[in-house]
Design a protein around this ligand. Structure first.
Ligand code: SF4
Length: 321
């Protein structure tokens, strides 16, 4: 394989910055389930404003926070990658070559070339859970994070803990500068109601930019069959928006592939998927899909032309923006 040279090397010291070892996922029990699409259950949908920071929608039982791994602080020799013509050419060639690779091979390639400046952002969707379990086998020391906007469903945060307990991967909860209460006070109310783009920018994009400052590559669980925009996603590309190599190991997988792996390996998943939520984001901007709605993302920012939070928009050439 004509691997892209790792510009900062992969010293033992680099790897020693790693987190805890994982429990072997081979111990995962088998489980079976049926994904049901049901009419929206208004009982599960939020009713109050997030002005009520204790409204409970995003709070875990007992409001317990487990210590996760934390955003690494690279040494003084760390330099961010520059999108030189040479690097972009190498990424294009590798992306082409990896088209026929398995997700595990793609992840291993990312680890080989970019760890420890290699990370993964996850919202704990089915794809993210599958990748986390692959990481638990390949490189459990990888720094992984969730953009904890303060508006996530309790079930999502609990899933983070279930994954940590079962597979030993502690996903960091990367938070915005302001708490929900501070943010809503600043904007005279919940901004997701009036300006969701700004809300996503402040509570998702900015924290991701913080992580990008100390990374060379990030991995996401996007699939090409999720949306026309994502259909152009490269396996490996340059993410202009965040200045990172972006790796999408499941780009060629289908939804069926993802759920088969979840079933086969007993991977924990968000119980809201069994309640009509095929795609889950923040509770104020997510609803269950109705019967007959075939677009999995129909419940995201429903009634608004917005359909992406800005993390995974893809340019015509397949690179991220
Ligand atoms: Fe805000 Fe909604 Fe974006 Fe979450 S998804 S950050 S609540 S606008």
């Amino acid at each position: 394989m004509a691997a892209i040279p790792n510009p900062r090397g992969r010293s033992g010291a680099d790897r020693s910055a790693a987190g805890p070892a994982s429990v072997s996922p081979s111990t995962a029990p088998q489980s079976t389930f049926q994904l049901r699409i049901v009419m929206p259950d208004t009982a599960t949908l939020p009713t109050g404003s997030a002005n009520m920071p204790n409204s409970g929608k995003g709070k875990r039982a007992g409001n317990v926070r487990r210590p996760g791994n934390t955003l690494p602080a690279p040494g003084p020799s760390f330099r961010r990658l520059e999108p030189t013509p040479e690097l972009l050419g190498q990424l294009r060639a590798e992306s082409q070559r990896l088209e026929s690779a398995t997700p595990e091979e793609i992840i291993a390639w990312g680890v080989e070339n970019y760890a420890p400046y290699f990370t993964m952002a996850t919202a704990f969707g089915p794809e993210g859970c599958v990748i986390l379990l692959m990481l638990a086998k390949i490189a459990p020391e990888t720094y992984t994070f969730n953009l904890e906007t303060g508006y996530q469903f309790r079930e999502t945060l609990e899933l983070r803990d279930r994954i940590a307990e079962k597979f030993g991967i502690e996903v960091d909860l990367l938070e915005p500068e302001l708490s929900v209460a501070e943010y809503e006070l600043l904007h005279d109310g919940p901004l997701y109601q009036t300006n969701p783009d700004q809300c996503c920018f402040d509570r998702k994009i900015k924290p991701l930019e913080r992580a990008a400052q100390v990374m060379h590559a990030w991995m996401s669980g996007i699939r090409r069959d999720q949306s026309p925009d994502r259909a152009r996603a490269a396996i490996v590309g340059w993410d202009k928006k965040f200045g990172l190599v972006k790796i999408s190991p499941l780009a060629n997988w289908t939804k069926k592939d993802v759920w088969k792996r979840i079933t086969d390996e007993g991977i924990p998943y968000n119980p809201l998927h069994d309640q009509g939520f095929p795609s889950i984001g923040c509770w104020p901007c997510t609803r269950a899909v109705a019967e007959g709605e075939t677009d999995d993302r129909a419940g995201r920012w429903s009634g608004n032309k917005k359909n992406e939070c800005g993390l995974h928009t893809v340019e015509q050439d397949g690179s991220g923006i």
